[in-house]
Design a protein around this ligand. Structure first.
Ligand SMILES: Cc1cc2nc3c(=O)[nH]c(=O)nc-3n(C[C@H](O)[C@H](O)[C@H](O)COP(=O)(O)O)c2cc1C
Length: 318
């Protein structure tokens, strides 16, 4: 998730939640082929983070091809194509949810990613980021091609939209039960999600559902009820890496504070040249439900280092 599921977030999530699969933030394929160094950093991960999927967005099949070869040589377990982002900057240029209105291009993009995975397996190596990364020899492990999308642009268009995607036979479709125009309003439409799952299964394609899931048990119940192969949990994981556990631990605030501090320290260690600012929102999410959440948040939003965080947390521990 853009601006949230960065390398430190994924590290903490894996350690305390251990989800079955994790996705990177989405990254522009146009930026990747221009070799913007910062974008390369978005794809950091550690061995224990597998299986991990790289998510990319854009509109140029050629750039999807080149980005996919790079990501395959970086060891990702899958390449996920974003066809659901409602952000103006992405959608108005025809990417993200904009692709729902251009199924022909969507299909070409899937085919480019599939071709790149196949060429990588046949030994083709990426020339991108040579100064930052030395590709290893290609490995014959399966790498999936998946699509993350929504149920339609303005209305539920699952029948036509999903069938179009299935023509390209991706390995998996992940579907958020809202339309583009809904953005994040209203409730996820799980009937439409199950409609998509049925079509996917007829084509022997996996289907994951997504939208408003709040716990592992909620996910399990929805997966069974709506015949899904998996569930993606998004916002409920903010400040709550334990959400992926079947029996989340009943933690004291001191224990939670320790994880917050660990997260802040890992962030600094991972990104020594970056501002601390993007870390603050995570700290704010962790303290949801604390009896002094408001004061705590006010002070955490002023921190500029993990040392500052430690000082604030100490005040609220005593
Ligand atoms: C801050 C934010 C960033 C997001 N970034 C992405 C993204 O990069 N790629 C993506 O596929 N979906 C992204 N999403 C959408 C989520 O993946 C998910 O589909 C949506 O939040 C609904 O699921 P949830 O109710 O479990 O959060 C983002 C959502 C939010 C709130």
């Amino acid at each position: 998730m853009d601006g949230v599921t960065d390398y430190p977030f994924r590290h903490i999530t894996k350690k305390y939640g251990n989800p079955d699969i994790m996705f990177t933030e989405f990254v522009s394929v146009d930026g990747l082929v221009r070799e913007v160094p910062r974008l390369f950093q978005e794809f950091r991960y550690d061995a224990q983070d597998h299986p991990i999927v790289a998510q990319i967005f854009g509109t140029h099949p050629e750039n999807f091809y080149r980005s996919t070869v790079l990501l395959c040589s970086m060891g990702f377990d899958g390449i996920d194509i974003n066809m659901g982002c409602p952000a103006k900057s992405v959608e108005e240029r025809g990417g993200g949810a904009g692709l729902i209105q251009n199924p022909l291009l969507a299909k070409q993009i899937i085919q480019s990613v599939q071709q790149a995975i196949s060429d990588y397996h046949n030994g083709y190596q990426s020339p991108l980021f040579q100064s930052l990364f030395i590709p290893s020899s290609s490995i014959a492990r399966p790498i999936t091609c998946s699509v993350k999308t929504r149920i339609g642009y303005q209305h539920n268009e699952v029948e036509s939209w999903i069938l179009k995607l299935l023509e390209a036979q991706p390995d998996r479709i992940e579907i958020h039960g809202r339309t583009f125009t809904q953005q994040y309003g209203g409730k996820a439409n799980w009937e439409a999600i199950t409609q998509a799952a049925l079509l996917c299964h007829q084509a022997s394609v996996s289907c994951f559902g997504n939208g408003d899931i709040i716990s592992f048990h909620d996910a399990q119940e929805k997966a069974a009820r709506y015949q899904l192969d998996g569930i993606l949990i998004g916002r409920a994981s903010f400040g709550n890496p334990w959400v992926f556990q079947a029996s989340p631990p009943d933690l004291s605030w001191t224990e939670k504070f320790n994880v917050m501090l660990e997260h802040a320290r890992f962030y600094e260690h991972a990104y020594p040249d970056r501002f601390f600012l993007p870390m603050r929102k995570h700290l704010g999410w962790y303290v949801k439900g604390h009896p002094h959440a408001k004061e705590l948040r006010e002070q955490l939003y002023l921190t500029n280092s993990s040392q500052d965080v430690a000082k604030v947390l100490k005040k609220f521990t005593e």
